[in-house]
Design a protein around this ligand. Structure first.
Ligand code: FAD
Length: 326
């Protein structure tokens, strides 16, 4: 987070965004424009999802490279490890580091549909193992990048070599679908922190108390890394249904019904933005360290949320109002 600049020098609440790699050339072109607009909001980072099994590797890298070359935004690469051998995972991490990516969201990923069991289909069974691997590959690749000074804690960085800035991991406020209970979700997160993660980003949730309660349990369980709430403005009933299917997190009936009975598309958008803005305001009031906004590869709704919360760069707010229509 940087200062808002100008007369107002309060530190701004960090905001970050999440995209998925485009599936066509036309979508890629539109995504470039979306990234440019998102970048104007001065996010802490923009993350790009990764198809488990590596199906989107090249497309994810293209988007990340676009950010490196055309914006000042820190690109964060999601990586998954399910089904990978050690050698494959090693190569993957190396390839992203070579491209200049230094921020990662380390995930296990979901096994292919139809796999009988999660076990034994690859060498890495959990996100925590991928976190360790990212740190290990980085150290092997740049053995001189970290030099400890005897008698002093910490390390000194030498030279300009890129190092992982952030190794983020997923957290599940309402429980991972495979979790055996709330304690397992906290334990899994703690294991990822011990493995070297320095940031957690949550799965979607629909009630501020789900997030705030989870953070409280995580702190009680020994987790100390920041836990960013993941929030999405959901602007159509179809999208809400799809999200519920993807995440297994049940939305409030009131939101589903409001979207369903509203015939006007613009009014549906307003319902989604209003819901997300209120949820975001509540978790920030409760102490959330920032906001991670799922964009669905569109900038309008998330930037509206950012503006309504007063979290955008101040000059952008005014320009935006005068020059864009939805
Ligand atoms: P882990 O932390 O290793 O495990 C997650 C949970 O699984 C644990 O809490 C535990 O309850 C349970 N579990 C693990 N092993 C076992 C076991 N052997 N038996 C029973 N339960 C077990 N997926 C993608 O493919 N690409 C993406 O880009 C992507 N981005 C994401 C971003 C965010 C912010 C979030 C929240 C999720 C994302 N996912 C993505 C989905 C993620 O890959 C799945 O949720 C996956 O099922 C778990 O990954 P994880 O990293 O949380 O795994």
């Amino acid at each position: 987070g940087q200062d808002a600049g100008g007369a107002d020098c309060r530190p701004r609440t960090p905001v970050s965004f999440e995209l998925y790699p485009p599936r066509s050339d036309a979508a890629a072109l539109a995504l470039g424009r979306t990234i440019d607009r998102l970048a104007e909001a001065d996010p802490a980072f923009i993350s790009v999802t990764f198809g488990a099994g590596g199906t989107s590797r090249d497309r994810s890298l293209t988007v990340l490279r676009y950010m490196l070359e055309n914006t000042d935004v820190e690109p964060m690469a999601h990586l998954t490890c399910v089904g990978s051998s050690h050698a494959e995972a090693n190569r993957l991490v190396r390839e992203f580091l070579d491209a200049g990516i230094t921020s990662f969201l380390a995930l296990r990923g979901d096994p292919p549909v139809g796999a009988d069991s999660d076990e034994g289909i690859g060498d890495l069974d959990s996100a925590a193992e991928l976190v360790q691997l990212i740190h290990r590959v980085q150290e092997e690749r740049e053995p001189f990048a970290q030099v400890g000074i005897p008698g002093l804690p910490g390390v000194t960085q030498i030279g300009e070599r890129p190092r992982p800035e952030r190794v983020a991991v997923a957290a599940f406020p309402t429980g991972h679908p495979r979790s055996r209970g709330a304690a397992q979700d906290v334990d899994t997160l703690l294991a990822k922190e011990i493995a070297g993660a320095n940031l957690a980003i949550t799965q979607l949730f629909w009630h501020a108390d789900d997030y705030l309660g989870f953070v409280e349990r995580a702190r009680a369980g020994g987790v100390t890394i920041p836990i960013l709430p993941g929030i999405m403005p959901v602007t159509t009933p179809a999208r809400l249904a799809r999200l519920t299917e993807l995440t297994g997190v049940e939305p409030p009936a009131s939101l589903a019904i409001d979207l369903e009975i509203e015939p006007d598309a613009a009014a549906q958008v307003e319902i989604g933005i209003d819901f997300a803005t209120r949820l975001a305001a509540d978790v920030l009031d409760g102490g959330a360290p920032g906001l991670h906004l799922y964009t669905f590869n569109r900038h309008e709704a998330v930037l509206d949320v950012v503006d309504r919360l007063g979290l955008g760069p101040h000059d952008r707010l005014v320009n935006e109002r005068n020059t864009t229509e939805r």
